[in-house]
Design a protein around this ligand. Sequence first.
Ligand code: ZN
Length: 257
Amino acid sequence: VRRRALGLSAWPPFLLAACSVAGPKDPPSDIPVLGISVGATPVFDGDRSVGGRPLRYGVFGSGLPVTLVFAGIHGSEPAGVDLALRFLESLAGDPRSVDRGTIVVAPLVNPDGYERRERWNARGVDLNRNFPAWNWDGSARGGPFPASEPETRFVLRLLERFRPTRIVSVHAPLGCVNWDGPARRLARALSQESGLPPREDIGYPTPGSFGSYAGRQLGVPTITLELSDRDLVDPEDLPRLVRTLLLAHRGARAPLL
Ligand SMILES: [Zn+2]
């Protein structure tokens, strides 16, 4: 599947100006993802992976509500990164699609794992078991202590900085819409839009997961969008999945909880 390159030029100038680019725009350690450069994601606050790769995000709109979308916390699930980059591209191309509130998108949280197509970060930690939730126990490669990893702290800083009112974490390949916290109705709506079935219980324990921390501990409606494809999203499914992410934000105006 051929992909168009998404360069910095794809971002309208006012959007670039609105984003506080605090670091070098294209650090040499950046890596291309599926033909798209994550380096095109405009905001870099200095957060880096264990391997020194920049951790980036994009911001669209302003004010409340705030929806955070992030992907690639498991490096072995490129489909999520693929979708997040498509979502970024769609928002950059049509800024009016965010007509209220703010959408924050971090397309690749674990670039070191991504490059090796491994679930873990460069220290062998499962970042989705490394969050400071009450149930963290260090099992399942959860790290030596909660939030021990820079990639985990990057996500925590996004929570602190933007105080999202909704969160979507994109994974693969279980093919379902899982949720934590007060998000049952939101999950049902996203399930209808995406065609992926809602699933409250993923079927195995997830101590120290992001959903445990943000959804169940902080009480932020948190969706784990599990795509069916692992390596690349079927191009035919992309528009529907991009709409699903937009609905996660737009639905915030309706009483979906
Ligand atoms: Zn995953």
